[in-house]
Design a binder for this molecule. Structure first.
Ligand code: GLC
Ligand code: CA
Length: 538
């Protein structure tokens, strides 16, 4: 396998709305990001995945795009974007753009045209279907509740929206649509971006009238075509969001010989605390043995036919520290343990904004405190289905997307220094304690563990290329070796609130990193709750 820059870096995800507000309107923006590039350089990351900054009416906070080649007014101008690229490049940081092309906004010029009538040249840029017996064409559901079909009075047809009604699905079967997407991608490539994160890319091969949404028959033909027409000649990071991927499916996307993407985000581990066959809102406790089995499978099955992405968090997921860590008594220890466990695995690690300072979930007590369309729709749907309000709020507090979208606290001043105005979404009430300034001032903070992990990766090829091998332990302990060119590292982590036993025959030859306690022997030791360490062994 050829080596690529995107295997060596750590990527940092920015959700611009919540990152840093430069002009006091309560909404994070591009100039706010530019102001914080020195902070990101200090963390050491090599790329930023920027959630969408394009023109959008914000039905789904920028994932509903009305113009792919313009910047959202609230975020700034194209000149600001160009400056962000230049300033990031100066610091050896690449910018990976979010590519949202399964759907557009209903306010995109293509859809405005398409709605004008069946004969409009843009009509079949989208997916239209006639009613069946006066009803929607089939039972397909929107990810944001309700039917995926919306009736258009004017033409008497339905259009498809796998997300909100304001996110009509593009028709990828039409080659003009694909060509328009490739032209737009080349517009951004020509600006010198570092790549694309591809939103729900597994859906673009859909055959909706046959009920097929994910992994459609022509999906990989389209991606090969896209690769050739756009980024194939450049060494860009391309990462597909693929919810249903198994290792076999992931290889189809990321086997270098197939010329599609660099890697995918797989979500198998993310689904482990939901009841099988139900929705993410239907909770069940995480079983660490199951989690290990899934992560080990991904570590070992891709081989040279793919490359892993490593993540605990993103803008759609609750904060992992609150979810499977311990955000109370062991907040610092468990945050560092999660970081060490993840960054020591094989693949490209992603840090979601605020993870590096140990930000936690923000429970709500009333639906009026929610901003996210998915959460609000779910609330009304479940209320109508007879769930109690308390049940629904429990699910929302565990899984709702607003948890990850609370503004970043930069210091202990009002609104955490995020804005001088009124934040679009309130900060977590703990911002006086958990904020960037406090983290930077404390050499023992979670921030410095992340910084150390990023630096270790730069200095030690074993972290990038080493083989992975699980060590057998009690269920709550997750331990593995990485081995590369005669060197061997042992990673030991306790994924629980209780002390746990651990033993290995190896002799320690050097310490690499730990989250508090360093060890002198590996024989018959007791791990403290959430303890994590990495040692070089003979
Ligand atoms: C992806 C995004 C999510 C968005 C959805 C529709 O899952 O990550 O935020 O709502 O696609 O674009
Ligand atoms: Ca602003």
């Amino acid at each position: 396998m050829n080596k690529h820059w995107w295997q060596e870096v750590v990527v940092y995800q920015i959700y611009p709305r919540s990152f840093n507000d430069s002009n006091g309107d309560g909404i994070g923006d591009l100039r706010g990001i530019i102001e914080k590039l020195d902070y990101l350089e200090k963390l050491g990351i090599g790329a930023i995945w920027l959630s969408p900054v394009y023109q959008s009416p914000n039905d789904d906070n920028g994932y509903d795009i009305s113009d792919y080649e313009a910047i959202m007014d609230e975020f700034g101008t194209m000149a600001d974007m160009d400056e962000l690229l230049a300033e990031a490049n100066k610091r050896q940081i690449k910018i990976v753009m979010d590519l949202v092309v399964n759907h557009t906004s209903d306010e995109h010029a293509w859809f405005v045209e398409a709605k004008k009538g069946k004969n409009n040249p843009y009509r079949d840029y989208y997916v239209w279907a006639d009613p069946v017996d006066g009803q929607a064409p089939n039972e397909l559901r929107s990810a944001f509740s309700g039917s995926a079909w919306e009736f258009d009075d004017a033409s008497g047809q339905y259009y498809l929206h796998l997300f909100s009604k304001k996110q009509p699905d593009l028709n990828w079967e039409k080659s003009d649509v694909r060509q328009a997407v490739y032209d737009m991608m080349n517009f951004w490539i020509d600006k010198g971006i570092g790549g694309f994160r591809m939103d729900v890319i597994d859906l673009v091969g859909k055959v909706p009238l046959e009920g097929i949404t994910g992994n459609g028959p022509h999906l990989h033909d389209y991606l090969q075509e896209m690769n050739q027409a756009t980024f194939g000649q450049h060494d860009l990071l391309t990462v597909g969001e693929t919810w249903g991927a198994t290792p076999e499916i992931a290889k189809l996307y990321s086997d270098p010989e197939r010329h599609e993407l660099s890697m995918v985000f797989q979500f198998e581990h993310i689904g482990l605390d939901q009841q099988p066959g139900k929705e993410k809102w239907d909770l069940k406790p995480i079983d660490i043995a199951e989690l290990k089995a899934v992560l080990v499978k991904w570590q070992t099955e891709l081989g040279d036919e793919g490359w892993n992405s490593l993540f605990w968090n993103n803008h759609d997921l609750p904060r992992m520290l609150s979810r499977w860590g311990n955000d109370q008594e062991y907040r610092v220890a468990s945050a560092k343990m999660l970081a060490i466990l993840l960054h020591m695995m094989k693949g490209t690690p992603y840090i979601y904004q605020g993870e590096e300072i140990g930000m936690v979930n923000t429970p709500i007590t009333d639906i009026s405190q929610a901003e996210d369309i998915e959460t609000i729709n779910l609330y009304h749907e479940r209320l109508a289905e007879g769930y109690t309000e308390a049940d629904i709020l429990t699910s929302i507090n565990a899984k709702g997307r607003d948890n990850a979208r609370r503004p970043i606290a930069w210091d202990a001043s009002e609104n955490g220094g995020f804005t001088t105005g009124t934040p679009w979404l309130a900060l977590n009430a703990n911002y006086q304690e958990i904020n960037v300034e406090a983290a930077l001032a404390n050499p023992q903070s979670i921030f410095y563990t992340y910084q150390q992990l990023v630096q270790l990766r730069k200095d030690n090829p074993i972290m990038i290329w080493g083989d992975f091998e699980l060590v057998s332990t009690v269920d709550e302990v997750f331990s593995y070796y990485r081995t590369y060119e005669g060197e061997r590292w042992l990673v030991v982590t306790n994924f629980s609130n209780e002390a746990q036993p651990f033993t290995a025959e190896d002799e320690i030859s050097a310490h690499v990193i730990d989250n508090g306690e360093s060890v002198t022997t590996l024989k018959d030791i007791t791990l403290q709750p959430w303890q994590a360490f990495v040692v070089k062994v003979n």
